[in-house]
Design a protein around this ligand. Structure first.
Ligand code: HEC
Ligand code: HEC
Ligand code: HEC
Ligand code: HEC
Length: 451
């Protein structure tokens, strides 16, 4: 074989290789639909699975329940109450004190919501909103009467847990916002959903459900408190404005707020959001499935896919990245435990003071308001699902404020009955660093700092 021939063969091989590479990359793009068609809004993921078998197979893997590399997250439905019995006290008078488990994969959403002891005869259909692709057509049919319909009444029509139709358009397979509740909230914020970029949609499909919400008092429509912005303080401002409460605390008598799961909101305050990283970048990384490359639909803790989820952007080792996540979470967890202790002390102080007929009523009201504000901060970070990782600085700021407010609540209750700073009502009060100084600064009987 002469030189020229060898070069020609070599060139041929190189172009073959390049073609193969190009093909490999092309696989990253959405797989074009096959001849089978999916009816609009089709709720059954098995029907979608005939057209997109790889994504369906990956989706079904959410059935696996593992703790994996997680320390605080994972997919095992462990009880948060057994983990931290103080939470029973914090939720006194509210169903969360009876049953509160770690969440798991989307495929379990229906089983979990129907099984929890928090669902009772008074539960309404608003609770179906983030559990099933059967919901949007029902809302379309029933209008605003959907929300307050008894939960059990729609049970037979809710057949599938969270699935393809919750995030995709059946005809085009494009990502789609299917929840009117998110469309409402975007409107409140002046965001046109049609103008969201593909990268923004890779977050917004998740923000349909992974958010803080309340039931609009007049018709129980699920509503996101985004009128003033996405931060904890913005939601609180709205709740104060409409005088909202979820329940009265059984021990302190304070009108309480229950946080849901403000994953999207907390995430929005963090460094990843600021750099345009989307939920799907970490939770749905590209993976190899058979011969093709797909977005993982086994949505779970990214600690179980550090190389695919993080090393696309970070060059450090998996061990380093894991240590970064867990180190951050440890710090947030420790601060959260300090706040639980402070809240528990505040509840005791208010409870004790309220039994004293001479307690100053105005100060008791102030102490209860402080309890409400403090526990809202605790719950906001506690109910958020990442143990602070989504935005560590913000998580620590919120918890820090919570500790200050809880100690102020404790102090105010003690002052209301004249037992502050070394009094007998709460021997812990004097030992708390900072508490003594506040007494001096405020002076006995002075109103605590409060909006
Ligand atoms: C930069 C990567 C990254 C991005 C982007 C991200 N997350 Fe996370 N998320 C994590 C990590 C890390 C954890 C902690 C997992 C653990 O503790 O096992 C987590 C935890 C979670 C959990 C709890 C998982 C479990 O196993 O308990 C949920 C739910 C979640 N994130 C939702 C979201 C949503 C919704 C968004 C977008 C608004 C988002 N995440 C964006 C990295 C990310
Ligand atoms: C239709 C509502 C809905 C949408 C849309 C949704 N989620 Fe969820 N997600 C849930 C619910 C409900 C759970 C808890 C399920 C359970 O515990 O039964 C959950 C659980 C999770 C978990 C915990 C999984 C585990 O194994 O512990 C992660 C992570 C998660 N979602 C991330 C995401 C991401 C990322 C997106 C967007 C790509 C998203 N979710 C979109 C409602 C939704
Ligand atoms: C919680 C939201 C969510 C659910 C549920 C969901 N997907 Fe996806 N899917 C996504 C996101 C996000 C992407 C990435 C889209 C992008 O990058 O533009 C995606 C991408 C895809 C793609 C494009 C190719 C790829 O892998 O990136 C296909 C096909 C697909 N999904 C099919 C399905 C099927 C089939 C189901 C049900 C078995 C399903 N999806 C359920 C959010 C979801
Ligand atoms: C799409 C790119 C991208 C992905 C994917 C990504 N990150 Fe990041 N990450 C960034 C950028 C950009 C920053 C900000 C860097 C800066 O400002 O110096 C950052 C910052 C961080 C920081 C510093 C946080 C802080 O508060 O200062 C940590 C820790 C981190 N990432 C961990 C992770 C982990 C763990 C994962 C996977 C679960 C991950 N990242 C996935 C782009 C990414």
């Amino acid at each position: 074989m002469n030189k020229a021939w060898r070069s020609i063969i070599l060139l041929g091989l190189i172009s073959l290789l390049l073609a193969a590479l190009a093909f490999g990359c092309a696989q990253k793009a959405p797989t074009p639909p096959t001849t089978a068609t999916i009816p609009a809004g089709e709720p059954d993921p098995a029907v979608w699975g005939k057209v997109y078998p790889d994504q369906y197979a990956s989706y079904l893997k959410q059935k696996e329940m593992t703790k994996g590399n997680s320390k605080y997250g994972g997919s095992v439905p462990e009880s948060h109450l057994k983990e931290a019995p103080v939470q029973v006290k914090l939720f006194a008078g509210y169903p969360f004190s009876e049953d509160y488990n770690e969440e798991r994969g989307h495929v379990w959403a229906l089983e979990d919501v129907t099984k929890t002891q928090r669902v009772g005869p008074k539960t309404i259909s608003s609770c179906w909103n983030c559990k099933s692709p059967n919901v949007p057509p029902l809302i379309e049919k029933m209008g605003d009467s959907f929300w307050s319909t008894p939960f059990d009444q729609l049970k037979d029509q809710i057949k599938h847990p969270i699935a393809c139709a919750d995030c995709h358009d059946a005809q085009t397979n494009a990502l789609k916002i299917t929840r009117v509740t998110l469309l409402d909230a975007l409107k409140t914020r002046g965001v046109d959903p049609a103008k969201l970029s593909r990268q923004e949609m890779r977050t917004m499909v998740c923000a349909q459900c992974h958010v803080e919400y309340y039931f609009r008092p007049e018709d129980k429509r699920v509503t996101y408190p985004w009128k003033y912005g996405l931060k904890m303080d913005d939601a609180e401002k709205l709740y104060e404005e409409i005088n909202f409460k979820d329940w009265d605390h059984k021990e302190s008598g304070a009108p309480m707020l229950k946080a849901q799961h403000p994953d999207y909101e907390l995430f929005s305050t963090g460094v990843h959001a600021a750099n345009g990283v989307a939920c799907a970048d970490c939770h749905m990384p590209y993976i190899k499935q058979g011969t093709s490359k797909i977005s993982s639909h086994q949505i779970q803790s990214p600690l179980n896919s550090l190389s695919q989820s993080c090393q696309t952007c970070h060059k450090q080792s998996e061990q380093y990245l894991k240590d970064q996540v867990i180190g951050t979470q440890d710090q947030v967890f420790k601060t959260k435990v300090s706040l639980e202790k402070a809240l528990s002390d505040a509840i005791d102080a208010i409870n004790t003071a309220s039994k004293n007929p001479n307690a100053k009523a105005e100060m008791m009201t102030q102490a209860r308001t402080l309890h409400r504000k403090s526990q809202w901060r605790w719950d906001y970070i506690s109910a958020e699902n990442s143990m602070g990782f989504h935005s560590p600085k913000e998580a620590l700021r919120v918890l820090g404020e919570g500790i200050d407010l809880a100690r102020q609540a404790q102090l105010t209750a003690n002052l209301a009955v004249g037992t502050a700073a070394g009094g007998t009502a709460n021997p812990d009060a004097g030992k708390t660093p900072g508490a003594g100084t506040s007494v001096d600064a405020a002076g006995p009987g002075a109103a605590p700092k409060q909006q």
